[in-house]
Design a binder for this molecule. Sequence first.
Ligand code: G4P
Length: 540
Amino acid sequence: MFAGGWIGGGTALADLRNEIEKRRTFAIISHPDAGKTTLTEKFLLYGGAIASAGMVKGKKSMKHAVSDWMEIEKQRGISVTSSVLQFHYDGYCINILDTPGHQDFSEDTYRTLMAADSAVMVIDASKGVEKQTIKLFKVCVMRDIPIFTFVNKMDREARDPFDLMQEIEDVLGIETYPVNWPIGSGKNFKGVYERNKDRVLSFTYNGVGQEAGAEVMDVHDPGLKSLFGEELYNTLQDDVELLDGAGGEFDLEKIRHGKLSPVLFGLALTNFGVEPFLENFLRMTTSPLPRQSSEGEIDPFSPDFSAFVFKIQANMNKAHRDRIAFMRICSGKFEKGQEVVHVQGGKKIKLTQPQQMMAQEREIVEEAYAGDIIGIFDPGIFSIGDTVCAPGKKFQFEGIPTFAPEHFNLVRQTDTMKRKQFIKGTSQIAQEGAIQIFQELGGGMEEVIVGVVGTLQFDVLEYRLKNEYGVDIRMEGLPYQYIRWIVGEDVDVKALDLSSDTKRVQDMRGRPLLLFTNSWNIQWALDHNKGLRLEEFSRS
Ligand code: G4P
C-alpha cells in the first residue's frame, strides 16, 4: 500500500500505522470560567502528565495555569493564546489544544480548530450557552468537526437539563444526544444515569477540594429510591422514559460529521464524570482524518511527512526571545532534523529544534506523528496556513481564512526614538495573525492603522509592545467598520471616485484596500467606479 517513502520495511509501516491510530487531537473551548482549565487539569491527571491537582490552575492563588503563559492572561484571568498539551491515556496519545475563551479571539479559536479533529465544549450548567461565547461555538460548528459537550458544575443550582439541550440545539443549530443524565443538581446532586450502560453513577460529596465519590449502581437497584429521595427518583424515571421515547437517536455518523453532539454532565472540580467523559470521547472520535490539499486528499497514514502552520507566536518565553511556528502534522512521521520542503517559500529547510509543549515546559521531540502538534523555531519565514512536506512533494493544504477586522485604531509610538522597535513589534504581532496592520497608500510606518476582530486585541497589542518591545503607544479610534481588498493589479486607486469618509490604505504586502464607515459607502464605491471589484478577504 505504501510504495516508496523513507520509512523502510513492513514493521516500520505497521509501527507508523499503530502510532497514528493512537492519536486523538482535539480543541477545548468554553466561555471564561465555565471550567475548561479545571477539566483539562483532570484529563492531565488521568494521563499522569501532571503529578497533582493545582498545577494547572489556581488563578486567584496567583499560581497560574500551565496553559496560560502570557502575563496578560494571568492578570486578566482570560486565555489569550492557545497552547498545546499532550498526554497518554489508556493506550491513546491525546493532544489537547487550548483556545482563548473570549469572543474577541474567535479568529485564533478558528485557526486552532483547523488543527483539531474534534472539539470539546464546556458549558456551565447554571448558565447554559453564554452570549459572549456564541460566536466561538458557532466557529466550532462551522468546521463540521465532532463536538462533545461537557455540562459542568452540576454541584451548583443547574438549569433544567432539557432546557439546556434545547438551548444548545437552538443557538448552535446542532442536535444533541445526552450520553448520561443528571439526577438533581446543586446540594441535591446525586449523580448521573449512564444511558448506554443502563446504570447509575452515584455521587458522594467528600468536602471542599476533595475528589467526589462515584459508585456504580444498577438502575433497578431498590436502594436508589431511598438514596435519591422519592421526588428525584420519580423525576429520573420520567426523564429516562422521555429521553428514550422522544429524544433523538444515537448516530455515530452524525457525531463524526459534527451534526450531533454527545452531551455528558459532570463536575470537573471534584472530578466526577470526567473519566466517563474521556472514555466516551475516545470511543466516539476517530484517529487523524485525511486533509484536503491542492492535490486532493492526503492520507494521514502515508509515510510521507506533511504538516501545516496554524499558529505563530513570538516571545512566548521572554528569556528565549524567539518565534515558534506551530504545525499540525497531517501525514506520516516527523523526525528531528529532517529535511522538508516549505512549499510557499519554495525552499528546502531543516526542521531543527522541534518542540512539544507542556505550556512553558518545552521538550525537544525526537519524533512525532500525524495528529501531533510540534513547535518549530521560525526565523521569520513562515506564515499562517503554510505547508511543509517531504522533499519531492509540492502540494498545499487548504488555506486558513482571515477574518475581516471590524475595529480600527490609528497607532503611533509616543517616543519617536523607538521607531525601529515599534515597526518590528507591530510587524511581528501582525505576522502572528494577532492583529492586521495597514498604512496610508505609499506612506511609511510612523503610524499604522491596526484592524482587529475584537477590541481586547488592542489591549494585547499595547501590552505586548510595552513588555516585549519596550514601546509605549498612543491609540486613536477610527470610525471604519468594513474593509475590502481591491481585486486586480492595474487599478488606479488614487483615481477612484469614493465617498469622502472612505479611506485608501495598503496592507503589509502593499496590496491596496479600502476602509468604509458603513455598508452604504461600499455600494457607493461600486456604483461610481465601473468594473471595480472588491473582496472581503485577502487572498494570500
Ligand atoms: P475556565 O478555564 O473555563 O475559565 O474555568 P476554570 O477551570 O478556571 O474554572 C473557573 C472557576 O470555576 C474556578 O473557580 C473553578 O474552581 C470553578 N469550577 C470548575 N469546575 C467546577 C465545578 O465542577 N463545580 C464548581 N462549583 N466550580 C467549578 P475560581 O473561584 O474562579 O478559581 P479558583 O479560586 O478555584 O482558582
